[in-house]
Design a protein around this ligand. Structure first.
Ligand code: ATP
Length: 369
């Protein structure tokens, strides 16, 4: 059983705090993603777990052992970096074998292990070649093979797919997820690509400015974001968020935006105490797929908006609409909206699905309902 525990981890570079208050508990065999924008502290966190960077505060435990100040090579950790870190003068075979040679493993055993991982990653035919002659996808497989061959307690991967084209990334997502589950080694994967995290992770750690924003399953992060940052970082196209004033209306509460009013579910408003916030300005969030469109005047689609731009993607249509000072993106199935046309300037009716409306605190961004 290899649990990975990080307590109160902190890293300062001079006066700058790159990582702070980071607590992570990874169960044995879990596939965890560190997700966040560039510069939020993902790589620094990973380097402290690997031993390549010493923390300014906090602790790291691997399999119950305190490894906080232990050098990288004494930790049982396998890594893949963004630039792969392969030796150009060595063949693929020797690159993969290198960590085993350092451990003075018998030649026969090395050949056997390299052969096995090469087969798993389908790179047997390039074992005698040098890295310079390989494609991006092959290089990535070699780097992963070199990590796997060590049979470490924990695997750490830093943006290993960033050099692959979109098609190969899609294919590798499924393959890597399958591989991680079949090997069962506790793994942390760093990415700024929310799709990668959403499709592969058991749980996602969303980071911003050195701090953890949320640590939960992909579905939980998507459906119950902890704050406006998480809500808008996860999901494509991103969630629409705009200012509204909460108003009392016929015993219930509505959200008044610039030029339109959004009805709120009465039971939900009651359960979240929104009547106590009447008069307050809050941020209202709704994902593009939770706004349905109809012809202007159609029943149940009482919010009128002007079509500003139209982007067909095949199965779906993206519409950008303007109402008052607010611009909203909607995402609808082509079948449902075929009759609406795509002429910019057309007036359309919108319906906000009341089950998927979020409200955020305008100050700290935390989800209030
Ligand atoms: P990216 O996705 O761009 O790699 P990241 O989330 O991995 O970003 P880090 O590389 O961990 O971010 O960097 C976090 C912050 O710490 C950044 O502002 C970076 O400039 C800073 N930083 C990282 N390493 C050092 C260093 N050795 N000295 C000073 N500042 C550093």
């Amino acid at each position: 059983m290899v649990e990975l525990v990080v307590e109160n981890l902190e890293k300062r570079f001079g006066n700058f705090t790159a990582v702070t208050d980071v607590d992570i508990h990874v169960d044995d065999g879990e596939f965890i993603f560190l997700l966040g924008p560039s510069g939020c502290g993902k790589t620094t966190t990973l380097r402290m777990i690997s031993g390549l960077e010493m923390p300014s505060g906090g602790r790291v435990f691997i399999g119950g052992r305190d490894v906080t100040y232990m050098r990288a090579r004494y930790r049982s950790v396998g890594m893949v970096f963004q630039d792969y870190g392969l030796y150009r003068h060595m063949t693929v075979h020797n690159n993969i074998a290198y960590p085993l040679k350092v451990r003075r493993m018998q030649r026969r055993e090395i050949a056997e292990k390299v052969g096995r991982v090469a087969e798993t990653l389908q790179i047997t035919d390039v074992l005698s070649r040098k890295p310079d002659s390989l494609s991006a996808g092959q290089l990535q497989r070699v780097a992963i093979a070199r990590m796997l061959v060590r049979e470490a307690d924990v695997f750490l991967m830093d943006e290993p797919m960033s050099h692959l084209d979109a098609q190969l990334r899609g294919q590798m997502r499924a393959e890597l997820r399958h591989l991680q589950k079949s090997i069962g080694t506790t793994t942390i994967f760093v990415t700024h690509d929310q799709l990668e995290a959403m499709t592969m992770a058991d749980r996602i750690i969303v980071m911003r400015a050195g701090r953890i924003q949320q640590y939960a399953t992909p579905l939980e992060v998507f459906e119950n974001p902890a704050n406006e940052f998480v809500a808008t970082f996860v999901g494509e196209p991103q969630m629409n968020v705009f200012d509204v004033t909460l108003r009392a209306d016929q015993g219930g509460v509505v959200a008044e935006a610039d030029g339109f009013v959004v009805p709120l579910n009465a039971a939900w408003a009651e359960a979240n105490g929104l009547h106590r916030r009447v008069g307050e300005i809050v941020r209202l969030g709704i994902r593009p797929e939770h706004i349905s469109l109809a012809r202007q005047g159609d029943e149940g689609h009482g919010i009128n908006a002007e079509l500003y731009s139209f982007e067909p993607t095949g199965a779906e249509n993206l519409y950008v609409l303007r109402v008052g000072g607010t611009e909203l993106t909607t995402r609808n199935s082509t079948n449902d909206t075929r009759h609406l046309g795509k002429v910019e300037g057309t007036m359309l009716g919108m319906h906000f699905d009341p089950d998927w409306i979020y409200l955020f605190d305008p100050g700290d961004g935390r989800t209030i309902a």
